[in-house]
Design a binder for this molecule. Structure first.
Ligand SMILES: Cc1ncc(COP(=O)(O)O)c(C=O)c1O
Length: 486
């Protein structure tokens, strides 16, 4: 293991000095209570600038990202992030704004927010958007709160249940539960799509709505979506669109036209911002007219060429995030949309679908395909063949991929597929890089037959071997202590 920066610390090692403050003196005793004042020196590591920079540069080289190589993590859309987006988000006139600045001084920023909301409305077929939510899950919370507000305002308080397919991402049932709904699961049929008969059997006056991802987490388009929408609306429920997979259908099909009442979009998946690592993300939520009055405040409005922040919406669910959301991510999405344009966005989706089908077709003789149909931007294969013949599991294959310098695909999800590997090759990967990945997957499958132990004991080349992920999640130790515990 590498040393932590605190362990590298040496007393009086000529550490960096902090320049004097440029702001005027503040009598801290008058602003902060006595009990909060520091009494000793801050225990920062004693290290000079060169060593500090080397330490973090070393650490940064151990991370793997989309700029290092193929990142086929299904459902998480690790797309290439155009550098122009990062440039735009760092422009001093945008990055240096203060959220409390008077609106007259931030007209450009408000215009970016206003136009982003408009374009998202056009792409998804909705009427209005909020940019406040900080992630997909947060967008779900916002959307489902609006569904509840809608039913409540109509005095329709008997709607206690939210339907969620068994292939759904875990955030869907979790969200419905947090908003106070009972969650009922809808089965998938042998096609990997919503089982219409099961859905029908669960509908009734107690249904608040259905949360659906389309294409779903198996990468399959819900062909019966118009019928599903009719059925759910027929019993008075609303349709929630989890837009995590919108990158498969941009410019081709719109959730608004499929009958969805509320959608969230993951800007950090579909519109060019890194996903993962804890953010920051952005999960804007769009609604149809009948839900517009419940959108969070403030809303960015435009009157006579002036942009403003409007609070006067008495039925709003209120604020869901401080200020106006993660503005930097919105700037990146805005730049992404402007750079690609209408046709470019459509092409991005087409390439995502093409790449996924290309890889799937080349792996079909090697790996088991549980739902063997034309896929959208991602697909699910399994290690069934390898497991049945030599006891090689999906986790072993994922770990072996690390030896070849790849980030593994999503594993053991969706939950309805045994030994699942969910692969999403980004739309920007060239055919050569896809071929490399296919060749590696085949080589690992060969090893699973000829030398299964090399796969079962992988990874061999990484800094650490297999970690106890459960312990790391359940018992995280994130603070350095002098005892040496990390
Ligand atoms: C289908 C689906 N829904 C929802 C989410 C939640 O999005 P976020 O991670 O931005 O909260 C994800 C995340 O990967 C997802 O794949």
């Amino acid at each position: 293991m590498s040393q932590l920066i605190f362990e590298k610390s040496r007393p009086h090692s000529n550490k960096m000095t902090i320049p004097p403050a440029e702001v005027g003196h503040v009598d801290i005793n008058k602003t902060i209570g006595e009990e909060y004042l520091r009494t000793g020196e801050l225990p920062l590591p004693d290290l000079n600038e060169v060593e500090t920079v080397r330490h973090y540069t070393f650490l940064s080289k151990r991370a793997y990202g989309v700029d290092d190589g193929l990142y086929p993590l299904g459902s998480c859309t690790m797309k290439y992030n155009p550098k122009i987006d990062e440039w735009a988000a760092r422009l001093p006139g945008l990055a240096g704004l203060h959220p409390y600045q008077p609106v007259e001084t931030v007209q450009g920023a408000l215009q970016i927010m206003y136009e982003t909301a408009q374009w998202l409305s056009e792409i998804t077929g909705m009427d209005q958007f909020t940019l406040q939510p900080a992630a997909g899950a947060h967008g779900e919370l916002t959307g489902v709160m609006m569904i509840k507000a809608y039913h409540n305002k109509r005095g329709d308080r008997g709607r206690t249940t939210m339907l969620v397919p068994d292939s759904a991402h875990g955030t869907n049932p979790a969200t419905a539960n947090v908003v106070g709904y009972r969650v009922e699961e809808v089965k998938s049929d042998p096609r990997g799509l919503v089982d219409l008969e099961d859905l029908k059997s669960k509908l009734g006056p107690h249904i608040a709505g259905l949360m659906l991802t389309n294409p779903n987490t198996l990468g399959l388009f819900e062909e019966d979506i118009l019928q599903i929408s009719e059925l759910v609306h027929g019993c008075g429920g609303l349709l929630y669109y989890d837009g995590a997979n919108l990158n498969a259908i941009m410019g081709i099909a719109r959730p608004g036209d499929m009958g969805f009442d509320v959608v969230h979009v993951n800007l950090h998946k579909t519109f060019g911002t890194p996903h993962g690592g804890g953010g920051p993300g952005s999960g804007p939520v769009g609604v149809k007219k009948h839900l517009e009055e419940f959108l969070p405040i403030p809303r960015v409005d435009k009157r006579q060429d002036k942009y403003l922040l409007e609070y006067d919406y008495p039925h709003s669910i209120g604020k869901v995030k401080e200020f106006y959301g993660n503005f930097g991510v919105v700037v990146k999405a805005y730049t992404y949309m402007r750079a690609l344009g209408r046709e470019g966005l459509k092409e991005a989706s087409q390439h995502a679908v093409l790449n996924a089908n290309y890889v799937k077709e080349h792996l079909r003789d090697t790996y088991h395909i549980p739902f063997d149909r034309l896929c959208k931007h991602e697909f699910v294969i399994t290690a069934k063949n390898q497991m049945d013949s030599n006891g090689v599991a999906t986790m072993d294959i994922a770990k072996r991929l690390l030896d070849y310098g790849y980030h593994p695909p999503t594993v053991y999800f969706p939950l309805i597929v045994r030994e699942a590997m969910m692969i999403e090759p980004p739309e920007t990967e060239s055919r050569e890089r896809l071929d490399d990945f296919i060749a590696t997957m085949k080589e690992i499958a060969d090893q699973a037959v000829d030398n299964p132990d090399v796969v079962k004991n992988a990874p061999h080349n990484t800094v650490v071997r297999r970690l106890d992920e459960v312990k790391a999640a359940r018992n995280p130790v994130v603070r350095w202590e002098e005892s040496g515990d990390v």
